[in-house]
Design a protein around this ligand. Structure first.
Ligand SMILES: Nc1ncnc2c1ncn2[C@@H]1O[C@H](COP(=O)(O)OP(=O)(O)OP(=O)(O)O)[C@@H](O)[C@H]1O
Ligand SMILES: [Mg+2]
Length: 243
């Protein structure tokens, strides 16, 4: 039975897809068969981040029964245990709860982990709330992003009938901005969101390069080790938080 993790945020462009991609690579490195499902409609990005050349079928085609789910799933060339189910490019499409049920039912037995790259729509998170083991909230340290994330956390606590296990990842940390006092420190971000902190990633050229080339982060690089520590903490192992 797969563990299902969703990745969400209170603001666009903060690094949800980046976290999905490199966290999934960490899981696969640990020998766990992992699938990323790109849940949005309209825009795609993970095919580029994972260097997948050609997409024939996508999430929408599976739901519309134009293909089998395994026809739409693509393997990542340089990572045998990692697969992607790409997003539908139909901007008009709205999926029903039953569509998610249908796909998760088939895939649950096939993978150790399924990571859901969520769009900025809380109705999608609501639709899948009964399936997920945890929701990772990605924030950047700027005050608007932190405030929006904390509003989302409150909204989920108050409006969802189910308790969702939410955890925090801080991305695009600029040490210079911290030093100069432009942005708050990590402790105050944790205080404001009230979430368990999994790890923090720097603003990093290696991450930009890996995303542009669709490649993995270099083994033993700081960024690689941070994703590995995030993975360990996510599965409950007590490793030091890396920032
Ligand atoms: N730690 C980082 N350092 C530098 N650049 C980063 C970092 N994380 C992500 N990026 C870059 O920021 C941009 C946005 O990242 P990404 O697409 O992962 O965000 P997103 O939250 O998925 O966006 P959207 O809301 O549009 O889905 C990308 O160009 C990505 O390469
Ligand atoms: Mg994205």
């Amino acid at each position: 039975m797969a563990k299902i993790f969703s990745v969400a945020s209170g603001k666009g462009g903060v690094g949800k897809s980046t976290v999905c991609c490199h966290l999934a690579r960490s899981m696969a490195q640990h020998g766990e068969k992992t699938l990323i499902i790109e849940m949005g409609c309209g825009f795609r990005g993970l095919d580029v981040f994972l260097n997948i050349d050609q997409i024939v079928y996508d999430f929408g085609d599976v739901v519309e029964k134009r293909c089998d789910v395994f026809d739409a799933i693509q393997n990542v060339k340089d990572c045998e245990l990692l697969d992607l189910l790409p997003a539908s490019v139909d901007f008009e499409k709205e999926f029903e709860d039953t569509d998610y049920n249908y796909i998760f039912d088939i895939l649950h037995e096939e993978y150790d982990n399924i990571i859901l790259d969520l769009p900025l729509r809380y109705d999608v998170l609501y639709s899948i709330k009964d399936f997920i083991d945890a929701c990772l909230i990605v924030v950047t340290p700027d005050p608007v992003c932190v405030r929006n994330a904390s509003m989302c956390v409150n909204f989920i606590h108050n409006e969802f009938e189910k308790d969702i296990d939410m955890k925090l990842i801080v991305n695009k940390i600029s040490k210079k901005a911290f030093r100069r006092g432009f942005i708050d420190n990590i402790d105050s971000i944790i205080d404001e969101t009230q979430l368990q902190f999994l790890g923090g990633l720097p603003q990093s050229e290696s991450i930009i390069l890996a995303n542009c080339n669709g490649s993995a982060l270099k083994k033993r690089s700081l960024e690689y080790r941070i994703f590995d520590a995030i993975y360990e903490r996510l599965i409950g192992n007590s490793v030091k938080v890396l920032i």
